[in-house]
Design a protein around this ligand. Structure first.
Ligand code: SF4
Length: 603
C-alpha cells in the first residue's frame, strides 16, 4: 500500500479502434499526491486532463477503458470497486467540483434539500443536525444570510453563489481529496478571485488535497503548489509551481507560458505553431509526442521517445531537459505597435440608454418609467481602431453589443454608423448597406456555425447576399479569405465538426470579413479558446485591422487580452460607464475605484 493519498503508475486510458487495436487518450502517466498537497493539471483542450480526473473517480466516458497501469486512492483502486463502494467514495472521501455549478445543481430542488441530500448520502450526522451543519457549511464558503439562501432555488443565485454552493456540497463529507474541473472558468474576474481565495483557505485549514484542472496557468498558480503539464495524453513536466513558471524545462511549457497575454507587456503573446495530435495520430513509441510543434527539436527527437527524467527536482519528458532550463523564451516576439492616429469616426454612441421593458406598456400598466439596463453611454470608434468593452456579468456589455447589432432597440440617445446610418432600427429594418457594414462574431463558434454546411457554403452566403457575385468570383473571394485567416484552401470542403476550436473561430471571423464590413463586433471571441489559440486570434485581429482599417468593438472580461489588443477601453459597471480612455492610461493609472478593483483581480 502506498503512503501517498493518491498514487498513479504508468496509467494509460483509451479505446479500441475498428481493428481492435488500443488507441491511447492518456498515456503512461505517473503521479502521486500526499494529504494536503495541491496540484494543478494544465494543458490544451483534448490533452486528456479531464479524462485523467474522471479516472481518479473510477469513471470512464463511453468507449474508454483502462489500457494499463495502476491507480490507487487511499490504497484502493476506484476502477475496480463494487458500485456501492464507488458511490460512497464519490462525494465522500473524494468530491468533484464541476465547471458549471449551475448545471450540476438540481434546478427543481431548493438549496437546503440539495445539501441535506449530500449529508444523507455522505455523512453519519443525525438528520436533526443537518440544518445546523448547512449553516456552518454556508458560513465556511462565505455566503451571508444562510437561512434565506437555503430556501432558494439554484436559478435564484448568481454564478458565484452557485459555485460556492457546489463547493459547500463537496465539503459536506469532509473529503480527503477535492477534484476541480475548471470551476471558475465561467465566472467574472472578481468573483473568480474570491472563489480561488476561498479554495486556498479551505485546503490550507482542512489539509484537504486538491487536483485542479484548468487551461489557465494563472488560475492554477493562484491555488496550487505543484503543476503538472499534459500534452497529447502525456505528462511532460511536473514540479513546484514557482520553479516551473519561472524556469520551465519542457519546450511545451515554455510555449504555453509565452502564449499567455500579460498586462503592461510590450510584446505580443506567441502562439504555438501547429495542432496537438489526436489520439490515433500519435506516434507513441518512436518519437517525442511534441516533435511536430517543437522549435527546439533535434534528430534524436524523431528517433527515440524521451523518458521522464528528474531535472532540478522536476519530472521532465524531453531529451534536452537539462539544457532547456537555460533557454530563454521564444525569440523574435513581435512588438505591440499600436497606431496613434485614426481617421473618421465609424461608430458614434451618444447618451445611449437601453431598456428591456416596452416603455408604453410599462407606463400604461404600472405608471412607472421603464427600468434602464444601460444609461448615458458615450463613446466613438474610428477606422482602424479597437475599443475594448470590459466589466463584470450584468454590467451591460452584451446589451450594448446587441443594441449596436440591431438585436435590441435603444430606449433613448443616439447611435450612428459612419454619421450616415441611424442604428435605432432593428437589424431587420436596416437597409442592406447598413447590415453589410456591421458584422458580429460570437463567443462560441460551435453555436454560430451551421454544422451541416461546409466552410464554402458558410462563407459564400454573405457574399451572395450582399454582393450577388458570380460563382467564380465567390470561389476566388473564399480562397482569398481562407488565406487571410491562415487556413488551408482544402478547408473549403470541411464541415465545422472537422475543425479545431481555433479554426472554427477563424471561419467565424472570415464569415464576418467577406461582408467587407466597416465595424466588427466581437463578443468574448477568445474566452472559449486555449491560450495558444487565443494568441493566434489576437495576432490575426491586429493584422486584419491594419490591412483593412477595420473598426473593432471587442467585448471581453479578460483585461490582459484587452490590454494587448485594444487602443481605447470603456469600463462598465451596472450599465454605466465608470471610466474610459486610452488603454495605456486607464490600465496603468486607473482613476476609478471600480477599475482598480477589476485590475486587482487580474491573476
Ligand atoms: Fe522538443 Fe525534442 Fe524535447 Fe520533444 S524531446 S520536447 S521534440 S526538444
Amino acid at each position: 500500500m502506498s503512503s501517498s493519498l493518491l498514487s498513479i503508475n504508468g496509467l494509460s486510458i483509451g479505446y479500441s479502434d475498428t481493428q481492435s487495436r488500443p488507441v491511447a487518450v492518456v498515456s503512461s502517466v505517473d503521479l502521486s499526491l500526499a494529504a494536503g498537497e495541491t496540484l494543478g493539471l494544465v494543458g490544451e483542450s483534448g490533452c486528456g486532463k479531464s479524462t485523467l480526473l474522471l479516472a481518479i473517480m473510477g469513471f470512464y466516458k463511453a468507449g474508454l477503458h483502462r489500457l494499463g497501469g495502476d491507480l490507487q486512492f487511499m490504497g484502493e483502486d476506484p476502477g475496480v470497486m463494487p458500485a456501492a463502494d464507488l458511490q460512497k467514495l464519490r462525494g465522500g472521501r473524494m468530491a468533484l467540483i464541476p465547471q458549471n455549478a449551475g448545471q450540476s445543481l438540481t434546478p427543481t430542488m431548493k438549496i437546503e434539500n440539495q445539501l441535506f441530500e449530500a449529508l444523507r448520502l455522505h455523512s453519519d450526522l443525525p438528520s436533526g443536525l443537518w440544518r445546523q451543519r448547512c449553516f456552518s457549511l454556508l458560513d465556511r464558503v462565505q455566503l451571508p444570510d444562510p437561512g434565506e439562501l437555503l430556501k432558494r432555488y439554484p436559478h435564484e443565485l448568481s454564478g458565484g453563489q452557485q459555485q460556492r454552493i457546489a463547493i459547500a456540497m463537496a465539503l459536506a463529507s469532509e473529503p480527503d481529496l477535492l477534484l476541480l474541473d475548471e470551476p471558475t472558468t465561467g465566472l467574472d474576474v472578481t468573483t473568480q478571485v474570491h472563489v480561488l481565495d476561498l479554495l486556498r483557505e479551505i485546503t490550507a485549514e482542512t489539509h484537504t488535497a486538491m487536483i485542479y484542472v484548468s487551461h489557465d496557468i494563472g488560475v492554477i498558480s493562484a491555488v496550487c503548489n505543484k503543476i503538472a503539464i499534459m500534452y497529447a495524453g502525456e505528462l511532460v513536466e511536473l514540479g513546484d509551481k514557482n520553479d516551473l513558471i519561472d524556469n520551465p524545462a519542457h519546450p511545451y511549457t515554455k510555449g504555453l507560458l509565452d502564449s499567455i497575454p500579460r498586462m503592461h507587456q510590450d510584446r505580443l503573446p506567441v502562439s504555438l505553431e501547429g495542432l496537438q495530435p489526436q489520439p490515433g495520430q500519435r506516434n507513441l513509441d518512436n518519437q517525442c509526442v511534441f516533435v511536430e510543434r517543437c522549435s527546439y527539436a533535434r534528430p534524436v527527437c524523431q528517433e527515440h521517445k524521451p523518458d521522464s527524467s528528474t531535472v532540478s527536482a522536476r519530472q521532465v519528458k524531453c531529451h534536452l531537459a537539462s539544457e532547456a532550463l537555460g533557454w530563454k523564451s521564444v525569440e523574435g516576439r513581435d512588438p505591440i505597435n499600436k497606431p496613434t492616429k485614426f481617421s473618421r469616426v465609424v461608430l458614434r454612441v451618444k447618451d445611449l440608454s437601453v431598456s428591456y421593458d416596452r416603455p408604453s406598456l410599462k407606463r400604461w400598466f404600472t405608471g412607472r418609467e421603464p427600468s434602464l439596463v444601460t444609461q448615458g453611454i458615450e463613446f466613438e470608434i474610428r477606422r482602424g481602431e479597437i475599443l475594448g468593452l470590459v466589466g463584470e456579468s450584468g454590467s451591460g456589455k452584451s446589451t450594448l453589443l446587441k443594441t449596436i447589432a440591431g438585436l435590441q432597440k435603444p430606449f433613448s440617445g443616439s447611435l450612428m454608423l459612419n454619421d450616415q446610418f441611424d442604428l435605432h432600427h432593428s437589424v431587420g429594418s436596416r437597409n442592406a448597406d447598413c447590415q453589410q457594414k456591421i458584422q458580429l462574431v460570437f463567443q462560441n463558434p460551435d453555436a454560430s456555425l451551421n454544422p451541416s454546411q461546409t466552410v464554402e457554403v458558410i462563407l459564400a452566403r454573405p457574399i451572395k447576399l450582399y454582393f450577388g457575385s458570380s460563382d467564380e468570383a465567390i470561389r476566388q473571394q473564399i480562397d482569398e479569405m481562407l488565406t487571410r485567416v491562415n487556413l488551408p484552401l482544402a478547408y473549403r470542403t470541411r464541415y465545422p465538426g472537422q475543425l479545431s476550436g481555433g479554426e472554427k473561430q477563424r471561419i467565424a471571423i472570415a464569415r464576418a470579413l467577406v461582408a467587407k464590413p466597416d465595424l466588427i463586433l466581437c463578443d468574448e471571441i477568445t474566452s472559449a479558446l486555449d491560450v495558444s489559440v487565443q494568441a493566434s486570434i489576437i495576432k490575426l485581429l491586429l493584422r486584419l485591422r491594419q490591412e483593412s482599417q477595420l473598426a473593432i468593438l471587442f467585448v471581453s472580461h479578460d483585461l490582459a487580452v484587452v490590454d494587448v489588443l485594444a487602443d481605447q477601453v470603456v469600463v462598465l459597471e451596472q450599465g454605466r460607464i465608470r471610466e474610459s480612455g486610452p488603454v495605456s492610461r486607464v490600465f496603468s493609472d486607473p482613476g476609478d475605484a471600480y477599475t482598480q478593483s477589476l485590475l486587482a483581480s487580474v491573476l
